[in-house]
Design a binder for this molecule. Structure first.
Ligand code: URA
Length: 440
């Protein structure tokens, strides 16, 4: 088999066989296929696409290019949740404890934030003492005992994806549905869960800006999961405005705890309940209505909050933060940002708000940057709220006061106001499973 022929076949619109895809993934991972030939094939895929069968095969080969996690030492149904990334997205800290409180095993491997989107590991590390690196044995033991652990990836998971993503990044081949879907799902398949719930964000702060693109990505990922024997579903949720009020690591932990107490913002609570109910449905805990009722009960009874408390303690963290979030790290400087006019907050450029949080130190500009765990933004007003001149619409938090001016400028540029209330936006736009797409 020759790489040249595989490139030419895809360039001319052909469908690659399983053997051809396996040849490419193996050769690219072990270095026998050079980057220039891999780049040519990636561009041919970008321009010609891949059908569902090719995409599922590519993903399976990438998932098996390195270590895979065997979760069979954990009893019961193991579920995973993945968000395509957003601003103020602290849903894992809420959804995973709800699912665990309802008897689903959440053996979760999460990532760090990059660019304008945050990551669960950074949020957890803002809890004093909380570790996100456990030995495999400690990870399994914790999930068997508590039903819940959230850790960073260990070992050599999906190395083909790591190499391919780096090449796509410099060859203008990132924004391609089969390549994004196979990249995300290869890591999910390698992580070993039986069920996978995907939260595909849509809007100005999301990777996919339009609903149609978000649905296309969700369909591709659901197909891959189901083709590979995992029960998989996706919700398309709003990221045209940040989720909840708080953006930044310790600020988001505080808001997650408030939500698990039943006193969180309505948008965050509703999105988390929808995600949790779908996770329970995937884990075959009952029909959609029963799963929704179970999720609500886990939240209202405090059972989910208790799971988070136990998880934090088991991972070495100060679990007293659950009762007293003032124990979380706080920034040295706070600045109120006030409205300059009366009206309604009409729209937010959510990516711009995420960048303002990065300017305060809450996120990473490059993979190597350090994160300031207490920096961030609290939005007092959200899109759709009425405002008066002089109202505080946001508070900026930073440890380096020199960062405040640039962040305020970026935040102001990300907001627009109107004289009439804007039309309300949905929180959940669609649900995708193996039977198709349901617009909500
Ligand atoms: N996230 C991933 O992991 N891969 C992509 O290709 C895009 C987003």
């Amino acid at each position: 088999m020759r790489m040249y022929d595989i490139i030419a076949k895809k360039r001319d619109g052909g469908t690659l066989t399983g053997e051809e895809i396996a040849f490419f993934v193996k050769g690219f991972t072990d270095g026998s296929i050079p980057d220039y030939q891999a780049s040519a094939l990636l561009m041919a895929i970008y321009l010609r696409g891949m059908d569902a069968e090719e995409t599922a095969r590519l993903t399976a080969c990438m998932a098996h290019s390195g270590d895979t996690v065997d979760l069979s030492a954990i009893g019961g149904v193991k579920a995973d949740k993945h968000s395509t990334g957003g601003v103020g997205d602290k849903t894992t800290l809420i959804v995973a404890p709800i699912a665990a409180a309802c008897g689903v095993r959440m053996a979760k491997m999460s990532g760090r934030g990059l660019g304008h989107t945050g990551g669960t590991l950074d949020k957890l590390e803002s809890i004093p003492g909380c570790s996100v690196s456990l030995t495999r044995e400690a990870f399994f033991r914790q999930v068997n005992e508590i039903g819940l652990a959230v850790v960073g990836q260990t070992g050599n998971l999906a190395p083909a994806d790591k190499k391919m993503y780096a090449l796509r990044d410099v060859t203008a081949t990132v924004s391609c549905v089969p390549l994004i879907a196979s990249s995300i799902m290869s890591k999910k398949l390698a992580s070993g869960a039986d069920c996978i719930l995907l939260d595909v964000k849509t809007g100005s702060g999301a990777f996919m800006k339009t609903l149609d693109d978000s649905i296309a990505l969700a369909r591709a990922m659901v197909d891959i999961g189901e083709h590979n024997g995992r029960r998989t579903a996706a919700l398309i949720t709003d990221m045209d405005t940040p989720l909840g009020h708080n953006i930044g690591n310790s600020l988001e932990v505080a808001e997650a705890v408030e939500t698990l107490r039943g006193a969180g913002p309505a948008d965050l609570t509703q999105v988390c309940l929808a995600l949790a109910a779908n996770l329970l449905w995937l884990a075959e805990k009952g029909g959609p209505d029963a799963c929704r009722a179970m999720a609500e009960d886990a939240l209202q009874s405090g059972a989910a909050l208790e799971k988070l408390r136990r998880m934090v303690a088991a991972q070495g963290g100060d679990s007293a933060v659950i009762d007293d979030p003032s124990r979380l790290p706080a920034a040295a400087h706070a600045r109120n940002v006030r409205c300059e006019r009366d009206g309604w907050l009409r729209a937010t450029d959510t990516e711009g708000i995420g960048v303002a949080a990065v300017l305060l130190g809450a996120g990473r500009e490059t993979k190597e940057s350090a994160v300031d765990l207490s920096a961030g933004i609290r939005l007092e007003k959200k899109a759709g709220d009425a405002v008066k001149q002089g109202d505080v619409f946001a508070t900026l938090y930073a440890n380096d006061a020199a960062r405040l001016d640039a962040a305020e400028e970026k935040l102001r540029a990300a907001l627009s106001f109107s004289d009439a209330p804007p039309a309300p936006r949905k929180l959940v736009f669609a649900r995708v499973d193996k039977n198709g797409v349901t617009r909500l």
